[in-house]
Design a protein around this ligand. Structure first.
Ligand code: CP
Length: 302
């Protein structure tokens, strides 16, 4: 049976740990020819820098070839071809499909049509499972464990798909605590809070971004997702709500790391970049090794 990665919950805890282990191996030895003769389709219906380029780097380092598009306007979608037919065709050309799409559920739909495995590179405000695996790898590398983490998620928790996947994955580990800091308009959706309640996992909600971050092991900043707002006035109201500045880290724990899936707009002031607690650029670099691991696992090559 083919192995898709559409939601982070498609993987078990054992698979998360396997990906962490493989990622560490790829970090030590990134150039391996295990994808020789394989073609991977990269279909980006939405803009991307990190996800697309780290997938392409991962594939190139593993000796594979990439086909695809970075702009759906350059594909026959503009002539009216349906997603169904696009996936039917691409799956006849490639051994694996990586897809990003602005509509929730599109990656799952693609996986149902495609005879080759599909990896979700982000579907609307829903899920971004490969980002979550690289986030977990970053947490494991910096904290030495995935257990007992007090994770503060800040910003757009409504539309930010990366936080949705991350709480589901981290809930598989011992004693996580989540602190959600968001304006009322951008709070964590009820479905994820219900998920945590059912699992008996503690979470707290705040609207103020104050000294409470002194308890954090991880501060996970997010961008307000301008592209998902219907009303630009609503976006203007919340866009500058939380800005992390260097002085605010003075009383944080020595082990704390600042993560952000990037791109950032202004939610992390550049004066944080030189603080040793800033980890977002290394986090993005970890995306290559993690995606090498995900591809190898998906294709049964490791
Ligand atoms: N983190 C992330 O998904 O970044 P891109 O949108 O640049 O791929």
């Amino acid at each position: 049976m083919k192995k898709d990665l559409i939601s982070i919950t498609d993987y078990s805890k054992e698979e998360y740990l396997k990906i962490m282990k493989l990622a560490a191996e790829f970090e030590k030895n990134p150039n391996q020819d295990i994808l020789k003769g394989k073609v991977i389709a990269s279909l980006f219906f939405e803009p991307s820098t990190r996800t697309r380029l780290s997938f392409e780097t991962a594939i190139n380092r593993l000796g594979g070839r990439v086909i695809g598009f970075v702009d759906p306007d350059s594909s026959s979608t503009t002539k009216g071809e349906t997603l169904h037919d696009t996936i039917k065709m691409v799956s006849a050309y490639a051994d694996l499909i990586v897809i990003r799409h602005p509509l929730e559920g599109t990656a799952r739909y693609a996986a149902e049509i495609s005879p080759v495995p599909v990896i979700n590179a982000g579907d609307g405000a829903n899920q971004h499972p490969t980002q979550t695996l690289l986030d977990m790898y970053s947490i494991l590398k910096t904290q030495g464990t995935l257990d007992n983490m007090n994770i503060f998620m800040v910003g757009d928790l409504k539309y930010g798909r990366t936080v949705h996947s991350l709480i589901q994955a981290m809930s598989e580990f011992k004693n996580p605590i989540f602190n959600f800091i968001a304006p009322p308009e951008l709070q964590m959706p009820k479905v994820y809070k219900l998920f945590l309640k059912e699992k008996g996992i503690r979470f707290f909600e705040h609207t103020e971004f104050t000294e409470i971050i002194s308890e954090a092991d991880i501060i996970y900043m997010t961008r307000v997702q301008k592209e998902r707002f219907f009303d630009s006035i609503e976006y203007e109201k919340v866009k500058n709500m939380y800005i992390l500045r260097n002085y605010m880290l003075k009383f944080t724990k020595p082990n704390v790391k600042i993560l952000h899936p990037l791109p950032r707009v202004n939610e992390i002031h550049p004066d944080v970049d030189s603080n040793e607690k800033a980890y977002y650029f290394q986090q993005a670099k970890n995306g290559v090794f993690t995606r090498q691991a995900i591809i190898a696992h998906t294709m049964g090559l490791k």
